[in-house]
Ligand binder design. Structure first.
Ligand SMILES: [Ca+2]
Ligand SMILES: [Ca+2]
Ligand SMILES: [Ca+2]
Ligand SMILES: [Ca+2]
Length: 234
């Protein structure tokens, strides 16, 4: 009896000491959404007429299928970050501010391009970190960077599962919206750096992945938010 009680107490203590449970957010159905560390993530398929509206600020693509990571900068491109016009510095003023249920968020789009096979269509967003810095050409990640203002993995190894086929599989149409609480974007630094790592849980393949912002003013009525209109503020 005494031994059983001891085992019970040890089990309770072990449970209390274990790290917070990791979250796997599944955005594999139309309009599905969820929250990780106060940021809202939502599956989103824009109308194809949106071509030209989206302005990518970082393009990431693995050389071979697998894991890829990168971030936007005007400086040296690291990891699997691609050069050219699709990767550049980003000022906070260029990131749309939207209000959802009376809370202000900064809005980002992710456009993934995956092969359409049964397994290939899936892609995981395994890390997402946002930093604010004084200049737009930093490199040497993460040593030369300030602490992140947002991290997907605060509190556990969280990740997001995407299904590229909902938006047609390829590039040119966004797959996910990310809403990061605006209250986190404080301080004098105006350059936004978005670091992400994809493909750990579900492999990256086929075309590149791109994070983007949509120039204001645009108004969307989003599925999955109960038809709620998101007001873009000037
Ligand atoms: Ca896509
Ligand atoms: Ca894949
Ligand atoms: Ca993670
Ligand atoms: Ca891809």
């Amino acid at each position: 009896m005494c031994k059983a009680f001891t085992i019970f107490v040890v089990a309770i203590l072990a449970l209390a000491a274990s790290p917070a449970m990791a979250v796997m957010l599944e955005l594999t159905n139309v309009g599905s959404q969820g929250t990780i560390n106060d940021a809202i993530f939502q599956q989103f398929s824009p109308q194809p007429t949106g071509t030209g509206l989206i302005d990518p600020f970082v393009r990431i693509q693995a050389k071979k299928d697998g894991v890829e990571e990168g971030y936007n900068t005007d400086g040296e491109r690291e990891f699997e970050t691609k050069g050219g016009n699709f990767t550049h510095s980003l000022l906070l003023s260029a990131v749309p501010l939207v209000t959802i249920n009376s809370v202000n968020y900064r809005e980002f789009f992710l456009d993934i391009g995956e092969n359409e096979s049964e397994e290939g269509r899936y892609l995981s967003v395994d890390e997402l970190k946002i930093h604010l810095e004084a200049v737009g050409d930093l490199s040497g990640y993460p040593d030369n960077f300030s602490d992140s203002i947002y991290s997907l993995d605060d509190g556990g190894d969280n990740w997001i599962k995407l299904n590229a086929n909902i938006s047609g599989g390829g590039n040119g149409r966004a797959d996910m919206l990310a809403y990061i609480p605006n209250v986190l974007f404080t301080g004098p630094n105006q350059y936004v750096y978005l670091y992400s790592k994809l493909g750990v849980n579900f492999s990256a393949d086929n075309g590149p992945e791109e994070w983007a912002c949509v120039p204001e003013p645009v108004t969307f009525a989003l599925l999955g938010l109960g038809g709620l209109f998101l007001r873009r503020r000037k």
